[in-house]
Design a protein around this ligand. Structure first.
Ligand code: GLA
Length: 353
């Protein structure tokens, strides 16, 4: 495991970068800034490695980032309507940073924090435990939250992500990892020819502000049906109200779980040409599938290349957006004495032709 300096934030905090390599060939870089997965190198059918996640070469890129490339997202991943919710009879107002709404933890979410970091080795697995404390009032949230996220790289090419949090007052918590994948190799092209399969027979349709209406709608017969493999691009331009509202896919899918908290296969992504595949298992009830519709080529990513429209697919395992205002959605309220725990596994594989 390699550890090296990666610059200093404007507040004077030193940032480090770790490199973790596995026997499968999968090698990852992790930053203490935002707990970012800066890159994942994964082999194709011929064993050729390519960097399959979007990111930046320098800390400056991450300091300016507005797309959450590779970052840990909290205290609440995704949107909360008008940045408002009430809890135990009290009203709270959060920072708003997406129009009039709260997105991904606010102006300075967990993705903008320098995390504490401890490397570990456990048998053949190696990993990092990242820690961050979010104080009472942070971005408007009640109570202090201690968050811990571990990345474990297995010899088989899995990144196991364990999320853990406790709170000293009741508060919403919804943590995710916001990597964008391009299994052909970052910088090569868009993700429209990737094949996607989602274990989701329903999704949460949105309004014009990309906030779920509260409905759980069957995907059957819609461009949101990925219950059998389909390319991301096959129906993305269909004349469909939901696709129009979001400018493509930017929706939460309801993962078909037999029982809550069970680790299930949520998504299967494939680049048919190279054979690189990614299987995502999670204990979370939802997964946001975001086709990079806001990327427009104006920001420079790794290798000095522009981050082009739809050049990466984010698959964000999570609780549903706006849950604090939707009593029928699974709760995201963390109370003192309880523990928030969730697990998501990215398994990088090679698929036969
Ligand atoms: C999430 C949201 C998108 C967008 C990106 C960041 O995935 O669902 O609407 O805000 O983050 O650009």
């Amino acid at each position: 495991m390699l550890r090296e300096p990666f610059g200093t934030t404007p507040e004077g905090h030193a940032v480090e970068r770790y490199t973790l390599a596995s026997a499968s060939g999968v090698t990852i870089n992790v930053l203490t800034y935002g707990g970012v997965i800066q890159s994942v190198f994964a082999p194709d059918r011929a064993g050729v490695l390519a960097d399959v996640t979007l990111g930046y070469d320098t800390l400056d890129g991450y300091l300016r980032d507005k797309s959450y490339l590779g970052a840990l997202v909290g205290r609440y991943a995704n949107r909360i309507r008008a940045g408002r919710f009430s809890l135990d009879g009290r009203d709270y107002t959060l920072a708003t940073n997406a129009g009039t709404n709260h997105l991904h933890g606010g102006v300075r979410g967990f993705n903008k924090a320098v995390w504490m970091c401890e490397p570990f080795a456990e048998g053949e697995n190696i990993g990092l435990v990242l820690g961050h404390f979010s104080p009472d009032g942070d971005e408007g949230y009640p109570g202090g939250v201690s968050a811990r996220v571990s990345y474990t790289l297995t010899p088989d090419g899995e990144i196991v992500i364990d999320f853990f949090a406790t709170a000293d007052a009741p508060t919403p918590v919804n943590l995710t990892q916001h990597s964008y994948f391009n299994l052909a190799g970052t910088g090569v092209g868009d993700i429209l020819d990737h094949t996607l399969e989602l274990s989701a027979s329903r999704f949460t349709p949105v309004d014009a502000q990309l906030i779920p209406t509260g409905e759980l709608r069957p995907v059957q017969g819609t461009p949101f049906d990925f219950t059998t493999p389909e390319t991301v691009g096959a129906r993305i331009s269909d004349n469909d109200e939901q696709l129009r509202l979001a400018g493509g896919y930017d929706h939460n899918f309801v993962i078909d779980h037999d029982a809550m908290s069970e680790l299930v296969l949520a998504a299967r992504l494939t680049d048919p040409l190279s054979g690189r595949g990614l299987d995502i298992h999670t204990t979370e009830p939802g997964i946001q599938c975001y086709s990079g519709n806001f990327l427009d080529g104006t920001v420079t990513g790794k290798g000095g290349l522009p981050l082009q429209y739809r050049s990466g697919l984010a698959l964000e395992t999570q609780h549903f957006p706006n849950s604090p205002n939707e009593p029928t959605f699974p709760t995201t309220i963390l109370r003192p004495g309880a523990e928030h725990r969730s697990r998501t596994v990215y398994h990088f594989v090679v698929r036969p032709t």
